[in-house]
Every structure is written in structure tokens, then in C-alpha cells.
Design a protein around this ligand. Structure first.
Ligand code: SF4
Ligand code: SF4
Length: 309
């Protein structure tokens, strides 16, 4: 029931593994390719069953906290099975193609009434392009709408193969300055920019994908600056005029804070407030004034309650 990952009502498949390491990442469980064991402190009743059943002695309870020695853990799942309060969980499931297609096809009545479909996201779906390509082919054969959500740091071949099988490509442009992009995501952006230009050429030549949505996360103190929005807008106006149907400014959200805690990671944005409604409007106005068709700009996401109304 996603309404954010493409047109209509959608079922989104999130793949693990990413080619970037964005400092604000809202899906930290998607950064690493393999399954991960997590402990939900809020569900733990201190029964100690996980420690007792672990065949590798990988679990230690200390001061009300569960510490898992990832070097010893084999992800056997015994602690997940053994916990009476579902406080242990393995994130990430291996799906076979037939099973995944059957799972998403269950939602087709929602897609049919809303113009929606399936979105494959991540992480970075382009890192598993052969599987994703086969999945999209199967969805299309069933008449399901298809969309791919990519951050663009993938091979050109993978991008083209996935774009040819998608009605919509959602493409992240986070930071226009390559040096700053490298600072906040771990990688420079030249390939990302080159790939989206190539995607525009594909659209002009072959008419696919039908729609290209650019998405920019508005991260306070990082990407949510006038300079960045003007830079991205100028890039879109120069290279992608007429092919981008939507430039979405996605407001920072803090829903990921708990996920970081469960993964035993620090989140540098802990305590950072949401944007005010006025800040979101200002960002939207900057984007509309940056050289793109103002009609393609849309700002989405939650804002701070009670301030900047
Ligand atoms: S998944 Fe298996 S090896 Fe890992 S902590 Fe749980 S019981 Fe131990
Ligand atoms: S590209 Fe997306 S999933 Fe990957 S690290 Fe950045 S925000 Fe997270």
C-alpha cells in the first residue's frame, strides 16, 4: 500500500544492498546485501531464551542489553525461533522469482483501480539487475505496472536493461556537487549524472521508460540548501528538459532513528527536527525558480507541527 513510490497504489519490494552509504539513509537495513540479525529492545522481556539456544555462544546479555557477536553468528535463526516475544529478527529474506511474482500479483486489484503497480526499490535494485529484469518481465507479462527506484550508481547496461522494462523510473539526485556528494554518500556523482543523461536519451529514442521522476531528499544542513536545489534544477533544465515529468523534494523524516538503534548503529541525525512547513515551501519555490518547468516540482513528506505554519 505504498503511495509514494510511483503512480497509484503500489507494492514496493525493497532489495538489500546499496552502492551508496548516505549519512541520513532512511533504510539502513538495506545498505548491506546479506541478511542481518537484529534485537528489538522494546519487545524483549528478558527471558534469556536466545542466549540459551544459541549454538555458537554468540549472544551475551549485559545490563539489560543483548549483544550479538556478529563474527560468531551464523544466522541460523535458532534465537528467532526460540524467543517467546519475537524480539529477535533476521532482516532480509531470499525470494525465488516465482514466489515473488506470485506475492506481488496478489495486489493486482488495487493496482487496477488506481493505475498503480509494482515498484522495486532498495537499497539499490540495479545491483541485482538480472533478477530484477526477470522480475519486471514477469510482472509486465501479467499486465502489472512496473517502476524501478534507483540511486543511479550502477552500470549503464544495468540501468538501460531495467529502464526498458519499467513504466516509471524514480531516480535520486541528492547532491549536485560531486565533492560534497562523496562526503555525504561515500561516492562522487559523475556516474550518477552521466547515467541519468543517458536515461533521458533512451527516453527520447525509444520512449521508455514512459516517465522519469527525479527525487531529491531534503536533508537539513546537507542537501536542503538553496545552492544544491538551484544546481540540480540547472542540471535538469540543461540535460533533461521535456523528459522529467516530476521532480520530487522529499522532506527529511526521522522515522529511521529506531532502525539504527536496532542495528546497533549511530544515526548522525538523531534529534534533528523535521523541516517546518515554511522551509518545505521555500525549498519548493527555489526549485521552481531554478530553470525547470515549475509544474514538475512537488514537495512531499511530513513537516514539523506547530512551527513555521
Ligand atoms: S542466529 Fe543463530 S548463531 Fe546467530 S545469534 Fe541467533 S542463535 Fe546464535
Ligand atoms: S541510496 Fe538510498 S538506500 Fe542507499 S544508502 Fe542512500 S539513502 Fe540508503
Amino acid at each position: 500500500m505504498s503511495t509514494e513510490d510511483g503512480p497509484g497504489l503500489r507494492t514496493t519490494v525493497f532489495l538489500k544492498g546499496c552502492s551508496l552509504q548516505c549519512s541520513w539513509c532512511h533504510n539502513p537495513e538495506a545498505m548491506c546485501m546479506g541478511p542481518q540479525l537484529v534485537w528489538h529492545s522494546s519487545k524483549c522481556i528478558g527471558a534469556g531464551a536466545c542466549e540459551a539456544v544459541c549454538p555458537e555462544d554468540a549472544i551475551v546479555r549485559r545490563d539489560g542489553t543483548i549483544i550479538v557477536d556478529s563474527a560468531r553468528c551464523t544466522l541460523c535463526g535458532d534465537c528467532v525461533e526460540g524467543c517467546p516475544s519475537a524480539a529477535m529478527e533476521i532482516l532480509g529474506t531470499v525470494w525465488e522469482l516465482d514466489a515473488l511474482v506470485a506475492e506481488v500479483a496478489k495486489d493486482r486489484s488495487y493496482f487496477d483501480i488506481s493505475g498503480g503497480g509494482v515498484t522495486i526499490s532498495g537499497g539499490e535494485p540495479g545491483l541485482q539487475a538480472p533478477f530484477v529484469g526477470a522480475f519486471l518481465d514477469r510482472c509486465r507479462a501479467l499486465g502489472l505496472g512496473t517502476a524501478v527506484d534507483t540511486a543511479g550508481l550502477i552500470s549503464r547496461t544495468a540501468l538501460v536493461e531495467l529502464a526498458r522494462r519499467s513504466d516509471v523510473v524514480l531516480y535520486d539526485l541528492k547532491e549536485i556537487d560531486s565533492g560534497r556528494h562523496a562526503c555525504v554518500t561515500g561516492q562522487p556523482n559523475e556516474r550518477i549524472l552521466g547515467n541519468v543523461i543517458a536515461l533521458g536519451e533512451l527516453m527520447r529514442a525509444e520512449g521508455c521508460p514512459r516517465d522519469l521522476w527525479i527525487r531529491t531528499p531534503l536533508i537539513p544542513g546537507v542537501t536542503a540548501t538553496e545552492e544544491n536545489l538551484r544546481g540540480i534544477g540547472a542540471f535538469l533544465a540543461e540535460h533533461l528538459a521535456g523528459v522529467v515529468s516530476r521532480w520530487e523534494l522529499c522532506a527529511f523524516n526521522n522515522l529511521a532513528a529506531d532502525k539504527y538503534g536496532r542495528l546497533g548503529l549511530e544515526w548522525p541525525f538523531q534529534g534533528v527536527p523535521l523541516l517546518t512547513r515554511q522551509q518545505l515551501r521555500d525549498a519548493e519555490n527555489v526549485a521552481r525558480d531554478s530553470g525547470v518547468d515549475p509544474a514538475i516540482v512537488i514537495a512531499t513528506g511530513r513537516t514539523r507541527v506547530g512551527e513555521g505554519e
